[in-house]
Design a protein around this ligand. Structure first.
Ligand SMILES: Cc1cc2nc3c(=O)[nH]c(=O)nc-3n(C[C@H](O)[C@H](O)[C@H](O)COP(=O)(O)OP(=O)(O)OC[C@H]3O[C@@H](n4cnc5c(N)ncnc54)[C@H](O)[C@@H]3O)c2cc1C
Length: 363
């Protein structure tokens, strides 16, 4: 699967991403044909049944291709894995999701509630045998494009997270609308925007009481994906800079023979080694009590390191680093995106800081 992801990034993504950007169109058929849409699902529903460390190796390769496409596949794979674990939803959706015929989206953020996810107000209410969901979601990736959304919601009007639940809502169902798509610094092919739910019919995936734990578990996997994607972007940026500075002549020789260039790229290479160690360690810890903090270290470090790398590598190209003919200008914007998606660097520091505080002697 790692080799398949590497070939997909090299042959299907890198040569095509400029055209996707110009057309502002999500490459649905390319994604469906990738064979990378059921990474963590069991084989009996068409999945690849990868372990987390194996899956993260796939995401590093995808990060080399395009971090925004890789992010959409991270979200889709998280949704597919969750659906595969729910008998009723799996019967209808698991095979289309693992085959990439259907796409999955995850809606947690609301216009007034980002990092503070406990402030969400989207409400699920029972309706005979099912549920109806009402509220407004923000920053919905694959808005209008995904077929099934996992919507994090509350089952009462009270404060706190005890009644947080996760409901599955079909894009094509009644009461579902996508009124606004955002204009973004890059990734025009990935539709992101608001989602309006007005009594939308839903199937309960994780009921009140289990919803917050399920969401946090899925977000930990997604954060590890993002750390691996960041390492892939970082590795690709370094390869572009090494190749360019070997070809570019200045002052009687190739740029890469200048020690100032070597030193800049040496720091990028050291950071890449650290990023790989961190996300691989986090992948080994997923699902254990050490998981959340290990993931927070990786999600905090890897996108920051990738952003530093994209800037440093762009500088080795001089003016050309600024042109869209080279991938580095885009990589800077994408690394910035990776810092925010699935929880900002500050929120990772909150997780790490709390664990330090909990082991500090008091009084
Ligand atoms: C490209 C992209 C795609 C996305 N896709 C999705 C999606 O598909 N589904 C979805 O649900 N969400 C999605 N998001 C939303 C994303 O998860 C949120 O943007 C993120 O959680 C941060 O929330 P916010 O933007 O509202 O920032 P805020 O929570 O308003 O934070 C603003 C700033 O304050 C800082 N801050 C907040 N709280 C603290 C604290 N306690 N201590 C220190 N600093 C703090 C933050 O780090 C940040 O710098 C996406 C975001 C992006 C950029």
């Amino acid at each position: 699967m790692q080799a398949r992801a590497a070939a997909f990034a090299r042959e299907q993504v890198i040569p095509a991403v400029d055209a996707w950007e110009r057309e502002a169109r999500y490459p649905r058929a390319v994604v469906a044909a990738s064979g990378l849409t059921g990474l963590f699902c069991p084989e009996d529903v068409g999945g690849a049944a990868l372990s987390y460390p194996e899956g993260m190796a796939v995401f590093e390769e995808l990060g080399r291709g395009d971090a925004a496409l890789a992010f959409s596949l991270s979200m889709h794979n998280a949704v597919a894995a969750a659906i595969a674990g729910h008998a009723e939803l799996a019967a209808q959706w698991a095979r289309p999701l693992t085959a990439g015929e259907a796409l999955g989206g995850f809606s947690l953020t609301e216009p007034h509630a980002g990092s503070d996810a406990t402030a969400i107000t989207t409400r699920a209410e029972p309706d005979g045998s099912g549920w109806r969901v009402t509220g407004r979601k923000a920053w919905v990736s694959l808005a209008g494009e995904a077929d099934l959304f996992l919507v994090v919601c509350k089952t009462s009007a009270g404060p706190g997270h005890r009644d947080v639940a996760i409901a599955a809502v079909e894009r094509a169902g009644p009461g579902v609308a996508f009124p606004t798509l955002y204009r973004k610094a890059c990734a025009d092919f990935l539709p992101i925007g608001e989602m309006e739910l007005d009594g939308a019919p839903a199937t309960m995936l994780a009921p009140a009481g289990a919803g917050m734990r399920a969401a946090l578990g899925a977000i930990d996997v997604a954060r590890c994906d993002i750390a691996a994607i960041a390492a892939g972007l970082h590795a690709e940026a370094l390869d572009v800079a090494v190749a360019y500075s070997g070809r570019r002549q200045a002052f009687g020789g190739p740029l890469i023979d200048l020690q100032a260039i070597q030193f800049a790229l040496a720091d990028v290479a050291t950071d890449l080694e650290a990023s790989r160690l961190l996300y691989r360690q986090a992948a080994e810890c997923l699902g254990t009590p050490d998981g959340p903090v290990a993931v927070a270290h990786a999600k905090r470090f890897c996108p920051d390191a990738a952003l530093r790398a994209a800037i440093a590598c762009s500088e080795t190209l001089g003016a050309y680093g600024w042109l869209l003919d080279h991938p580095l200008a885009r990589m800077i914007a994408l690394a910035k995106m990776l810092q925010v998606v699935d929880g900002t660097a500050e929120i990772q520091r909150v997780v790490i800081g709390r664990s330090l505080s909990s082991r500090s002697p008091r009084g």
